[in-house]
Ligand binder design. Structure first.
Ligand SMILES: Cc1cc2nc3c(=O)[nH]c(=O)nc-3n(C[C@H](O)[C@H](O)[C@H](O)COP(=O)(O)O)c2cc1C
Length: 303
């Protein structure tokens, strides 16, 4: 059989396929539907220092080619995650990547620091697409300076590998990923959902309770491919690609533009078996093409 193993920084993954944060909860609901030992890694829903209630409903709206969500980063908070969610996840052999966020750099640092001493966490994924309340609400990931500062503090606050998750909605993604790499980030995840909105014409109101939300699913795949491609040309650290992946062909496209691994988000909602079907599809594709290792596909795009 072809080898699907890839390395994301110090992490060795049995295959490059993992869930995208926030679309897989803390794994519990999916455990009844798929074998969690078969994914490359498990990425948790984003957690913050304190529990968060999130935005008013409706929080989800289906759009042409995707969906909008304005969950507002609703989560159980660090304490309950550690006591109730982490023990469940630890029973699986897939490495656990904990996605987290804060409203200030101090909050990011405190979460990273407290998670770093716990058993069973393989890496941290910092979601930098969150407003910095001390800087007038500007997103932590919006410019190279802020990304450098946050990455620097995170690297100092934990011994765990740090993955920096970024948005495509920036003026110069190359500068930003280089800033993260320069401060010691172990990997980059691209892309987060794309800011968007939908309107209820009858009521003349926004369709989402939170007014605006994040667009995800196939509609954003071309944006994600271009962003990953640009980022991969600027840094040596691995990139985890995300955005609209539904099948093994989508994954191969992300690998060709330079991603080392991928995350599957919205597609889990329509078919919870998507990730495992992708793994089977990748194996078959490589076998039929006589390719021994999936790593050979990474960055193989011909121009
Ligand atoms: C319902 C929902 C919740 C999400 N929650 C998070 C989150 O907590 N942290 C995060 O970094 N990204 C979050 N995301 C973004 C996804 O992880 C992913 O980056 C994005 O949806 C693109 O992938 P997709 O098109 O395969 O869904 C969320 C996305 C959705 C749809």
């Amino acid at each position: 059989m072809p080898v699907l193993k890839v390395n994301v920084g110090p992490l060795e993954l049995q295959n490059p396929v993992m869930p995208a944060a926030g679309t897989f909860g803390y794994g519990e609901e999916y455990a009844a539907l798929i074998d969690l030992n078969k994914v490359g890694a498990i990425v948790t829903k984003g957690i913050s220092l304190e529990p968060q209630q999130g935005n008013p409903s409706p929080r989800i709206w289906e759009t042409c080619g995707g969906m909008l969500n304005s969950i507002g980063l609703h989560n159980v908070g660090l304490e309950i995650f550690v006591q109730e969610k982490l023990p469940f996840l630890r029973q699986y052999k897939a490495p656990i990547i904990v996605n987290f966020f804060g409203r200030t750099t101090d909050e990011y640092v405190e979460v990273a620091d407290r998670l770093s001493t716990l058993e069973g966490i393989a890496a941290l994924e910092a979601n930098l697409s969150c407003p910095n309340i001390k800087e007038g609400g500007i997103h932590f990931g919006s410019n190279a300076q802020s990304v450098a500062k946050t990455t620097n503090l995170l690297i100092k606050s934990t011994e765990l590998p740090v993955i920096i998750k970024l948005s495509s909605q920036v003026s110069n993604i190359k500068e930003i990923v280089m800033a993260a790499e320069g401060e010691g980030a172990h990997a980059i995840t691209l892309i987060n959902s794309v800011p968007a909105m939908a309107i209820d014409l009858d009521r003349m109101r926004p369709l989402l309770g939170g007014v605006t939300g994040g667009l995800s699913g196939p509609a954003i795949k071309p944006i994600a491919l271009k962003t990953v491609w640009e980022a991969a040309s600027a840094v040596k650290i691995p990139i985890i690609g995300a955005g609209g992946i539904r099948d093994y062909k989508d994954v191969l496209e992300f690998l060709l533009v330079g991603a080392t691994a991928v995350q599957v988000g919205t597609a889990n909602f329509t078919n919870p078996k998507t990730m495992l079907e992708i793994v089977e599809g990748l194996e078959l594709f490589l076998k039929q093409r006589g390719i021994n290792e999936i790593k050979e596909m990474i960055g193989g795009l011909e121009l």
